[in-house]
Design a protein around this ligand. Structure first.
Ligand code: UDP
Ligand code: MG
Length: 343
């Protein structure tokens, strides 16, 4: 578990310390694959999801074992019941309950902290990340890739606005951030244990997992897929939420927006100096020129607007520094239920 997690969280998960839990499965030579599944109000999605997962892993049983780590992100419907009622019969299921809705990024971190597999695959429960890609991912992993990204080959199912904004986001992000992220790759990817351990130890509170996963590096492979529509329920991501998510992504991954103001300020200072010189010389030659209301007002408005915008950008960073220095845990655990054989 990452150092970011508070004592309270550790107390909630003390049923078996990670080392012992690992020892329990040590006799098993098959590699363990952990599927990390954040769930928020998904009572109807659990059953179809598990059926598909089981169908995918059945032919791989000789080589791989799997566990499904559900992170219940404060669901208010019967999601917890839907999972727990299946846990009796299925020792591969684990459930991590958060104390309230913390958002998908935090839920994903909670799941990654509890996954014990040799590889870890974050996957959505709504089957928009097709589990049938997993065998291909495993093949790349066996060949030595530490990260296997699943990239959407086309976004034709998205509306034009979503396509346009998604493209703009990746373009702006990759131009500014030191470490670029692959376009059209979501959280669905395979992460080797080595990568997972690095991600766990990253202390930031403002999480933008896609960028964290890419930052780690290592040999990366890619598989492509066409993203299907949601099987059940509706997406919890409104445009407003996506916009804020994009801002989190940019401001938590790069300080380039701050630097823009150094250049903008410098450029405007040079222009102002030239303009001031012109006015000064003109006043000396042709005397005082009273009209000038329009140009004065335009300059005041322009610089006022730029100042506010620049202060806003500073504020974005200060707000995030504030979140980081408070050192609150990323999520709070309500309870952790491990699969039967791992108790
Ligand atoms: N999710 C979550 N917490 C939230 C919102 C979503 O754990 O606050 C989960 C959700 O249950 C699903 C996954 O994150 O398994 C992806 O969510 P969704 O399908 O709404 O996002 P989209 O596919 O539209 O990006
Ligand atoms: Mg979805």
């Amino acid at each position: 578990m990452g150092k970011a997690v508070s004592k309270a969280n550790e107390a909630a998960s003390t049923k078996a310390p990670p080392a012992e839990r690992k020892a329990a499965g040590a006799h098993n030579k098959r590699k363990l694959v952990s599927l990390v599944v954040p769930v928020f109000n998904e009572q109807h999605a659990i059953e179809p999801f598990l059926l598909r997962i089981e169908a995918v892993f059945a032919p791989l049983a000789a080589q791989y074992d799997f566990e499904v780590v559900f992170v219940n992100d404060g669901s208010r419907d019967a999601t917890e019941f839907a999972i727990r009622s299946r846990m009796q019969a299925n020792p591969r299921l684990c459930l991590v309950n958060l104390s309230r809705n913390f958002g998908k990024e935090a839920a994903l971190s909670a799941g990654i902290d509890h996954a014990r597999g040799d590889a870890c695959i974050p996957i959505d429960v709504d089957l928009q990340d097709p589990p049938e890609l997993i065998p291909e991912m495993l093949t790349h992993w066996e060949r030595g890739a530490k990260v296997v990204n699943a990239r959407r080959s086309c976004r034709s199912d998205d509306g034009w606005l979503k396509r346009l904004t998604a493209r703009a986001f990746y373009r702006i992000f990759n131009r500014m951030a030191e470490q670029s992220i692959p376009a059209d790759v979501g959280d669905f990817r395979l992460l080797d244990k080595q990568v997972v351990e690095v991600v766990r130890d990253m202390g930031e509170r403002v999480r933008f997992n896609k960028a964290l996963f890419s930052w780690v590096g290592f040999e990366t492979a890619e598989v492509t897929f066409k993203r299907p529509k949601r099987e059940t329920g509706t997406s919890a991501w409104s445009y407003w939420r996506l916009w804020n998510f994009a801002l989190d992504g940019i401001f938590s991954s790069t300080t380039a927006p701050l630097r823009i103001w150094t250049y903008t300020g410098g450029f405007l200072a040079i222009l102002s100096f030239l303009y001031a010189t012109t006015i000064f010389v003109r006043t000396l030659i042709v005397g005082v020129d009273v009209p000038g209301y329009a140009s004065t007002l335009i300059l005041i408005l322009l610089f006022g607007g730029l100042n506010l915008f620049a202060i806003g950008i500073l504020g974005e960073y200060i707000g995030r520094i504030y979140s980081e220095v408070r050192e609150r845990p990323l999520y709070v655990l309500r309870s952790v239920h491990l699969g039967q054989e791992k108790k």
